[in-house]
Design a protein around this ligand. Sequence first.
Ligand code: ZN
Length: 289
Amino acid sequence: MADKPEFDYDAPTVKYEVEESVAYVTMARPEYNNAQNGKMTYELDAAFRKAVADDDVKVIVLRGEGKHFSAGHDIGTPGRDVHLPQDRVTMWYDHSNKEGGEYLYVREAEAYLGMCRRWREIPKPTIAAVQGACIAGGLMLAWVCDLIVATDDAFFSDPVVRMGIPGVEYFAHPFELNPRIAKEFLFTGEKMSAERAYQMGMVNRISTRESLAEDVKALAQKVGAMPRLGLALTKQAINHIEDLQGKRTGMDAVFAWHHFTHAHNDLVSGDKLGGYDAKAMARENKKED
Ligand code: ZN
């Protein structure tokens, strides 16, 4: 079973509310910059499922409480990999009692790639409201949403190449950015500003800290005025075309390379993340500021 040090399993990591046909799904671990642990992943999934099941909900907004949208996957807080085996939502079996490469492959096939694909296919429009940091696993959450509104001080980065790993598990980089910019983004691990992300077409609208909530609400309500089926099928149409362009099959290949590097790291250093924990990554990322 996964680690459970000083972790209150009952404390919610996600908040859910519905207001005027819009469901607000809010990551609520601001003390850890909304780093996604196993519990949060499954609570996000439960919240999305609830929003899909509610006929009164037309649009879903994903947002993060506090200073930052999300610092990424949890690689160092108490309760990092806490989940219960029965939480699983794909057909993958429990990873927690497995060894070697199987442990992480199965975990990430379910909790990272599998979950992100599932959320990308939510049959209602989704909008990410991004402020502050949107890093690595945080990018995955923003990218699975249909629209992204970012504050002018938001930034985006995927620094996991530093771990010797070719980007995060949901490898949408060459679809979110043009391929040359995607290479620069990954090769350097640099932070991309909201303005640059907007120029690249990765972000739909720029807002401010003060007006983010209002701007997202206005956009959500405008989208929500369209007929449900029209929205669902339009989303499906565009996702389908992206998949015909190779998004899904490309991700399958990169997921295998991603796991080759987890295993390689483990072989040469005994650590699947190449010796980086959250603090070491933050220290390296800060060198760029
Ligand atoms: Zn991974």
